[in-house]
Ligand binder design. Structure first.
Ligand SMILES: [Zn+2]
Length: 507
């Protein structure tokens, strides 16, 4: 049995891990501030984090919290008569799940008011005029807790449609990442989680070149588009994606929120086609004082800055035949006090995506997944959706081999919510009446009906991480497995290091 083989191997690793747990616990306790990691602290923190993953990956899935009414869809045996390659939105065909695996729930999650902020105004879409130039602005306001937007008076946030989204990857799986600014921004700007872009803390150096930022993607796809990166925080453009910035017409960092806003407005008026603007004062207020008066004051300030930016794009739409997509987001949530973040808790994983125009169902209709953790948090859009959405809006084609993890929030959807379950069976959701092609490290290994919605690798990986891509129609989503060889290497290094110290052997 595949399952028992995998389990056997991992039991061994867990046993090895347990041998060193006391040492690891000590190492982890020394990491007090995740933003001030020394390399050794970062390493031990990362190792113990990986060990957590090994243990947890084989824990049973939490029982689903959905109501009985949400379980009312009965799986239907797949119809063999439909094989057209054309997607049909009305299709209700569902596969019969294998014995012992519960069927996926495909009904939208009930959206209570707490999870959606409806707009006061939505800019109407007008695609009739081909001379209209598509432009996009990504507005990142760091450290804004989704729930606080509603608690406080934020009239300019209210001009947008704002939905709950999640960061931090999938808890206990390979994509799990710290809910800190560096990983959050790197995910926002690349469309992948930190096991791919490699920005695992704010102390990270350069991001993995295999997963370039949206700036480089745009440049490669259409080098006539003009771009600006206008940030309060400096690390994304000065460190993580420094090399991509040669393609960007204007790069500014270390600006105050007010100057960043003013500079972004200048770029809007100049006709720049893709603008990133980032404000940071809300995050600072949270870190220093938690959710107090200061946080509220800075949230109101940010709301006013947002208002000025939205006014400028509305004016640009009227005066220059430009059609703007404005996306507003944040890099991470915060804990209950508001002062801290970095962990895997529902509040810290909660972010939001706000937009100035209607988007597709990945944005508007949360969809239950096999993983019901954090009260079905993964039913919401992921932070990884932002980059593909911006590319799609700018009319730039997305290659499935870029290993994006979310479909764009614009346009037709043929595949959603690709993620493994606890048996490492790949699961996805699709109503497409055609084939799903499954690639393992870029090699086609299986072709099945898209609506089957699941596939298990008969030869599960045990060493290097493997990239699975499920391509349905024009769209593909990817999942990268754990780096088991890397984990073993670290364990070996730790064992030798412990021995060296015990025997007092100098380096
Ligand atoms: Zn932050």
């Amino acid at each position: 049995m595949l399952g028992s083989t995998m389990f056997g191997n991992h039991t061994l690793y867990v046993l090895v891990a347990l041998t060193f747990l006391p040492w690891l616990a000590m190492a982890e306790n020394s990491v007090i501030d995740p933003q001030q990691n020394s390399p050794n602290k970062a390493l031990s923190s990362e190792l113990s984090h990986e060990l957590d993953n090994i243990d947890a990956e084989f824990l049973p899935v939490q029982s689903s919290t959905q109501s009985p009414s949400q379980s009312s869809i009965q799986p239907i045996t797949p119809s063999s008569t439909q094989s057209s390659a054309r997607p049909t939105a009305q299709s209700t065909t569902q596969p019969l799940p294998p014995e012992g695996i519960p069927p996926l729930q495909t009904e939208p999650v009930n959206q209570d008011a707490a999870e959606v902020i409806e707009p006061l105004v939505v800019t109407p879409v007008d695609l009739s005029e081909s001379r209209i130039k598509k432009k996009a602005i990504l507005i990142g306001i760091d450290g804004v807790q989704f729930e606080k937007i509603k608690e406080h008076e934020t009239p300019n946030f209210d001009r947008l449609m704002i939905r709950k989204a999640y960061t931090g990857g999938i808890n206990h799986f390979a994509s799990e990442q710290s809910t800190n600014s560096g990983p959050g921004w790197a995910t926002t700007l690349t469309g992948v989680w930190s096991n791919k872009h490699k920005i695992k803390s704010n102390n990270a150096n350069r991001a993995n070149d295999e997963f370039p930022s949206i700036f480089k993607r745009i440049h490669q796809l259409n080098d006539t588009l003009t771009m600006a990166s206008i940030m309060h925080w400096n690390l994304p453009s000065e460190v993580f994606f420094k090399r991509d910035m040669i393609h960007v017409n204007r790069v500014e960092s270390n600006l105050t929120d007010a100057i960043a806003t003013k500079t972004a407005i200048e770029e809007i008026q100049k006709g720049t086609e893709f603008i990133l603007v980032q404000l940071n004062n809300v995050d600072y207020a949270g870190q220093q004082y938690g959710y107090g008066e200061n946080y509220k004051k800075q949230l109101r300030n940010a709301d006013q800055q947002l208002g000025k930016i939205l006014d400028a794009i509305e004016q640009s739409s009227q005066t220059s035949s430009s059609e703007w997509l404005a996306i507003i987001t944040t890099d991470h949530g915060r804990d209950k006090s508001g002062a801290s973040h970095s962990k895997q808790t529902a509040m810290e994983k909660t972010v939001f995506i706000g937009v100035n125009r209607p988007l597709n169902e990945e944005f508007t209709k949360p969809l239950l997944t096999a993983n019901s953790d954090f009260d079905n948090m993964y039913s919401h859009p992921a932070q990884t959706a932002i980059t593909p959405t911006l590319l799609a809006w700018l009319g730039l084609p997305i290659d499935p081999f870029w290993l994006f993890e979310s479909p764009p929030l614009i346009g037709e959807l043929t595949i959603r919510k690709l993620m493994p379950d606890t048996h490492m069976t790949l699961r996805w959701q699709s109503e497409y009446e055609g084939k799903a092609e499954i690639y393992k490290n870029k090699t086609l290994v299986a072709t099945i009906k898209a609506t089957e919605g699941q596939w298990q690798d008969p030869n599960p990986p045990e060493n290097d991480p493997v990239d699975y891509i499920v391509v349905i129609g024009e769209q593909g989503l990817a999942y990268r497995t754990k780096d088991y060889r890397g984990i073993r290497k670290l364990l070996k290094w730790q064992a030798l290091e412990r021995l060296r110290k015990a025997l007092n052997i100098p380096l």
